[in-house]
Write a protein that binds this ligand. Structure first.
Ligand SMILES: [Zn+2]
Length: 489
């Protein structure tokens, strides 16, 4: 597509107007399925689950956490800015084009659309990783010189007709990954496990859009792709041979084209703990299709620590490719209802065994602890909030991960804190602490052999920040444990 338009450009058709229109629009591509919502808030109504691989047009990016976008089918809503879910499209939109000549020579210090376009071309050609900001700075000059050196042009760091011509030629030849391509009407061959190439990649893309595949779009027909094909064939009552021939292909293009979104293939079962009591609460058992570790995520043990249970209520809708994700979003449901820390029995996070010889203190803690004992999770993360920032006020554990030194929990804690602190001001930065308090669920789990931790955000932050940080912690733990999470929020 790009090549074709480029040769049209080379033929001398000046497409300046088209060019500037295309560049005024920013796009993002969905990396992991994410919900489009009516408002910039996690509890806003979900409009649709946007599948991975779909491109969105950004209408407004002024909010730090949410961007207003439009889908290919014209739906306008809000989607997270979290780079795990959406990434900027660094290639020009497919309907954009490259104009055939510069209006002036470009040099360091220049700014504007043409500079931005050169940055884009340098980036496509693999010579520039900086911002596409239309400012010809030192980094860009360096890239120009590197490009000129490679292609034996005069290495003056200026972009004149020679450099420009070479740039458009080189960048036009480069097929950038992720730029997709149009789906052919039919396959050129039957595809099977072991095959590789563009057509396999398209099948992966379609399977992903249809909600059957969460793996990489790498054009390699491996076991995961085969499994997805079989699941798809089963669902649509096709011959379940794991091969992609004309029947499966036709159904795939039809289903994916419908925008049908099946968020995943995990099996979800629920259990009600304490049925009929004032503290009755639900546990979600989310099983991936492949075996793997078991991870426990819970929130709301302190009923007034809002971000923890808000995040856990999102996590209960996630999917995993492997293993088992156990979620009890609202451990202390009556506390949550009344926005109170304590349960009807007092502080629930002091009621768990303090040695392997003990049991839990009360009916609610016992109901929770029985589930722990039944599953003996490989990891346990309990979501909390503190009232301040630990680095400013050591009396508060806000902004910390408090791990029990078992297994590789410390490694996870350090990795998590490093990640969270990339987007957290240093005055509010997260700390790695250890030993959850005696009687806490996390400490009891540690004593009984599970790598476990408490996550604490600070209730001084905006709720959206806190929930986002909590979700990052959960997602990273699930990745750390190899569950292949699909966090569909
Ligand atoms: Zn707490």
């Amino acid at each position: 597509m790009k090549k074709l338009l480029l040769s049209v450009g080379m033929a001398g058709v000046l497409l300046l107007t088209l060019f500037s229109a295309a560049w005024a629009v920013d796009q993002v591509v969905v990396d992991h399925a994410a919900y489009l919502r009516t408002e910039p808030a996690l509890d806003a109504t979900k409009l649709k689950l946007v599948p991975s691989g779909e491109k969105l047009t950004v209408l407004d990016a002024s909010n730090q956490y949410w961007q207003k976008v439009q889908t290919v089918d014209g739906i306008v809503g809000y989607i997270t800015t979290n780079s795990y879910y959406v990434k900027p499209v660094t290639t020009p939109a497919e309907d954009s084009t490259v104009h055939n000549q510069l209006t002036r020579q470009l040099k360091k210090g220049d700014t504007g659309e043409e500079v931005k376009q050169v940055q884009q071309l340098l980036s496509q050609a693999g010579f520039y990783q900086g911002k596409l900001d239309g400012e010809f700075g030192a980094l860009m000059e360096k890239a120009v010189i590197a490009f000129q050196t490679k292609y034996k042009l005069v290495t003056d760091g200026l972009v004149g007709p020679q450099t420009w011509a070479k740039l458009t030629a080189v960048a036009g030849d480069t097929t950038s990954p992720g730029s997709g391509g149009t789906n052919p009407d039919q396959l050129t061959r039957q595809l099977k496990k072991g095959d590789t190439g563009e057509e396999v990649k398209q099948v992966q893309q379609l399977l992903s859009q249809a909600g059957f595949y969460q793996g990489k779009l790498d054009g390699e027909f491996g076991a995961l792709t085969e499994k997805a094909v079989i699941a798809f064939q089963t669902k649509y009552k096709l011959v379940t041979d794991g091969l992609v021939g004309p029947q499966t292909w036709a159904k795939l293009t039809a289903v994916a084209g419908d925008g049908a979104t099946n968020p995943g293939t995990s099996t979800v079962t629920t259990k009600v703990l304490g049925k009929g009591t004032s503290w009755e609460t639900t546990m979600y058992v989310i099983k991936g299709q492949e075996p793997g570790k078991t991870v426990w995520v819970s929130g709301g043990i302190h009923g007034n620590e809002v971000a923890g249970y808000k995040a856990a209520l999102q996590v209960k809708d996630w999917q995993v490719g492997k293993g088992t994700l156990l979620v009890i979003p609202e451990l202390n449901k009556s506390g949550i209802k009344n926005n109170k820390r304590n349960s009807p029995y007092g502080d629930l996070n002091r009621a768990f065994p303090q040695s392997t010889k003990e049991t839990a203190d009360n009916a609610l803690a016992k109901a929770i602890w029985n589930e722990y004992l039944q599953y003996k999770p490989d990891y346990l993360l309990d979501l909390h909030e503190g009232y301040d920032y630990h680095v400013q006020n050591s009396a508060s554990v806000g902004q910390s991960i408090i791990y029990y030194p078992k297994g590789d929990m410390k490694t996870y804690g350090e990795k998590l804190v490093a990640q969270l602190n990339r987007t957290t001001p240093s005055s509010k930065r997260f700390s790695v602490l250890r030993y959850p308090i005696g009687g806490s669920l996390a400490r009891a789990a540690g004593i009984f052999g599970s790598p476990a931790a408490i996550l604490e955000t600070s209730s001084k932050d905006p709720l959206s920040t806190r929930v986002a940080n909590q979700l990052t912690a959960v997602r990273m733990l699930l990745e750390h444990a190899g569950l292949d999470p699909v966090p569909v929020n």
